[in-house]
Write a protein that binds this ligand. Structure first.
Ligand code: ARG
Length: 463
């Protein structure tokens, strides 16, 4: 019997079972975290005289050696040793002899794997927060350069009211700001140590969990051993935050696809972020935003997958929980890749000011302003809405825009109209007039950008 747990078995494991139950193929990504957790655990065992300090030293040296080997190119993993925890323990014993078998004193793979996952997600969350920051910076740069760029704002994908392009871009800045805040907040729940919970009930050895937390840099420890080995909601939370963030990114990606179409022609993505067609020589396809939009799907899938795995599980550990890993690794990889691409793609896109200007001049998105104009002259809004509606209808029939309609015609509709109505209708004035806090007026957008800049600096200091 070569299994670490083989004592009570009389038969070898069926080969298919071995392969089916093993997680080494994917949990080898936790190798470094697993060794770090073991280093802290064994140090504590030595300090608490649960094993001798000489044995602890030998084990630690063996673990460092293994860590080195892994960092330099890897070690051989075997399915027969099931998962990363037993693979490493086996390698350790091969390296330093039976003393290696003392490492697993007072712990279980159940609290060990939970600790590895916490360590892994903690590291990744810090990295992701900084990547979100980079995307925000790219958005901020483009927004700053485009405060005065005016384009139609849309509702129902119909032209609604002229807006500053900087304002539109900044909407995504704030979405990502909330995503970043969610990631930062989730750290409170990731930064908790499960180790010391044992299989589920604690351990008979007089361990010092606080010391292990200190050695591993955890902020606190799980107060309940059963919860410690059963909790996967720190992963659910990560998958959920990632899904929300990918939803935001998917909406931005969708807009980039639309804007870069010939029909809109509002932006041009840099050649280095597009691909061609194998048959149509003229094509330049926005594959990157398309894929970012699509990859959102797998992050939802990973969230729903784990929610479903966990929903019927009795306490405490169940093998089902091994299924928490691939989805989490996949979402980390997806979000990481997405954010890394997004920042330079936004930075390198070209804004077609002329197309945006043409779009905003050749439409009726200034109609609300004319209604508001009549209101300021004393007409009730509902009445003004009806009058301007009739004027728009006449303009459409005569193939004119509101700025082209003669003064006499306006006067025919209402004697509240005066010559200054033409100023009110100019797109830049339409935008400037929305000067309410958080509105699209150039002045307001500049204020908003100032606020955003302080936020981004503040976050960089705190993270
Ligand atoms: N590979 C396992 C997992 O990822 C480690 C924990 C195994 N624990 C057990 N009691 N079989 O969940």
């Amino acid at each position: 019997m070569s299994k670490l747990w083989g004592g009570r078995f009389t038969k070898d494991t069926n080969e298919l079972v071995e392969e089916f139950t093993a997680s080494i193929e994917f949990d080898q990504q936790l190798a470094i975290e697993d060794i770090e957790g073991s280093l802290a655990h064994v140090q504590m065992l030595g300090e608490c005289n649960i094993i001798s300090s000489e044995d602890a030293d030998v084990i630690q040296r063996g673990l460092y050696k293994l860590k080195n080997k892994i960092e330099l190119g890897g070690i051989e993993y075997s399915v027969a040793n099931e998962d990363i925890h037993m693979n490493i323990e086996k390698h350790l014993i091969d390296e330093i002899g039976p003393i290696g078998g003392k490492l697993h004193t007072g712990r279980s793979r159940n609290d060990q794997v939970a600790t590895d996952m916490h360590l892994f997600l903690k590291r990744k969350t810090v990295e992701l927060i900084s990547l979100v920051d980079d995307v925000q910076q790219a958005i901020l740069n483009q927004a700053k350069a485009n405060v005065e760029t005016i384009l139609p704002g849309y509702t129902h994908l119909q032209r609604a009211q002229p807006i500053s392009f900087g304002h539109h871009l900044m909407a995504y800045f704030w979405m990502l700001e909330r995503d970043k805040e969610r990631l930062i907040d989730s750290m409170k729940r990731i930064d908790v140590l499960p180790l010391g919970a044992g299989a589920l009930a604690g351990t008979t050895f007089s361990i010092n969990r606080e010391r292990v937390a200190e050695l591993l840099g955890f902020d606190s420890i799980y107060p309940n051993s059963i919860d410690a080995v059963s909790d996967r909601d720190f992963i659910l939370e990560f998958l959920s935050i990632s899904s929300i963030m990918m939803t935001h990114i998917s909406r931005l990606s969708e807009e980039m696809v639309i804007w870069s179409s010939e029909e809109f022609n509002f932006i041009e993505l840099d050649d280095s972020f597009c691909t061609g067609s194998s048959i149509m020589p003229q094509k330049k396809n926005p594959d990157v935003p398309e894929l970012l939009r699509a990859k959102t799907g797998r992050t939802y899938g990973n969230l729903i997958g784990l929610l479903t795995v966990l929903k019927g599980l009795p306490l405490a550990y169940n093998k089902d929980m091994q299924e928490d890993k691939e989805g989490m690794f996949d979402t980390v990889k997806t979000v990481e890749g997405t954010l890394k691409l997004l920042a330079p793609m936004i930075d390198s896109m070209t804004v077609n000011h002329n197309s945006m200007k043409k779009a905003v001049t050749e439409d009726y998105s200034n109609a609300t302003d004319l209604a508001d104009y009549l209101v300021t002259k004393g007409m009730p809004f509902r009445e003004a809405h009806a009058v301007i509606g009739q004027i728009v209808l006449q303009a459409i029939q005569e193939k004119k825009y509101l700025l082209d309609i003669e003064y006499a015609v306006y006067r025919g509709y209402s004697d509240l109209f005066e010559e200054d109505l033409y100023d009110v209708l100019k797109p830049e004035n339409v935008v400037a007039a929305r000067d309410s806090t958080g509105g699209t007026a150039q002045k307001q957008v500049r204020k908003q950008i100032e606020l955003a800049e302080t936020k981004i600096l503040k976050k960089k200091e705190t993270v």
